[in-house]
Design a protein around this ligand. Sequence first.
Ligand code: NAD
Ligand code: ZN
Length: 355
Amino acid sequence: MERLYIDLGEASYFINIKGGLLKNLTDYINGADQYIIITDTNVDNIYSYEIAEALKDNLYHKYIIPSGEASKNYNEAMKILSFMIEKNSTRKTTIIALGGGVVGDIAGFCASIFMRGVGFIQVPTTLLAQVDSSVGGKTAVNLPMGKNLIGTFYQPSTVIIDTELLRSLSRKEIISGIGEIVKYGVVYDYSFLKFIKENLSQIIALEPLTITYVIKKCCQIKAEVVSRDERELRFRKILNYGHTIGHAIEAITDYKKYTHGEAVLCGMYLEAMLSMELELLDKCYYQEILNIIQDSYGEVKLSDISREKLIEALAKDKKNVGGKISFILPTTYAKVTEVLLSKKEVEGLLLQILG
Ligand code: NAD
Ligand code: ZN
């Protein structure tokens, strides 16, 4: 088994990675008085038996949210908290998030506010959640006015990554995870980016040794970045590459057409072009970035993206500073820089890129 330590002082924890860990869940949980499992309808349909087997000797209650981004909202969080009151949860309760990033984000949010904070364990079931959202302690729910508008920083006590759970994912969800994997390579580790390029088909096929290595590497990078800057005051921002335009693409398509990772792949593509227009990006690196995005995602159809709607959504980005839009742009091998641009400047640049 692969075991990683994420060093955050008092909030430090282990990330355990191996196929089959769900079966042995009780070896990794922490003797709480009661467990609240939060999962979604898809995951429960597939793994209901395994969950019951894994927890059969413990007092637990299961709360199932409808699958999909629409469930990650404030009202659903209030329903989870009411359910916990109904089940007599106390400060000695531990919440277990068994699902993708949607479940992880809302479960973590509830864990952080129920009675000022209860135990929290992440058991991520999508590739995106295993390489990214289950590590680092960002929790969130959406409001009608926008995504992730309410949230906390709250670290789990452990992360249990069972790579066998990935086998039931659709190809679209696997590619979504690859979006974040490529991001780590571009912003932090060029030799990892080359590894991804050379092993892309094995990664997509979830070949056990390759996928375990990739998940470990991504968690290691995320752990290093988060240990340096847990609250995203500076350094952690590097992980936002592809996300300014990615979030705008998700928003203008109502979070339906693109998965988060697909939107990030398209966002990284356009932001690399933006960096090139600004003459910030090394030309060879630019071509490598575009190639690996196309190899994983397919052709990014720029004609599908409306410039006007994109600009409208970018102007509402919650990372905006003093009316300027913040972009993390690649410059050269494993290096990025933050650039703040006015709406007008972005309009001009997008006109060059999208026409
Ligand atoms: P998701 O949780 O919606 O899961 C995607 C789909 O896969 C869902 O339909 C789900 O039911 C299904 N699914 C989950 N596990 C499965 C399995 N093993 N087999 C078959 N189907 C399965 O989406 P996601 O891509 O995992 O996460 C996206 C969310 O994560 C977004 O809300 C995003 O904002 C958030 N996010 C958070 C962070 C963070 O640091 N907290 C980082 C990145 C993304
Ligand atoms: Zn992301």
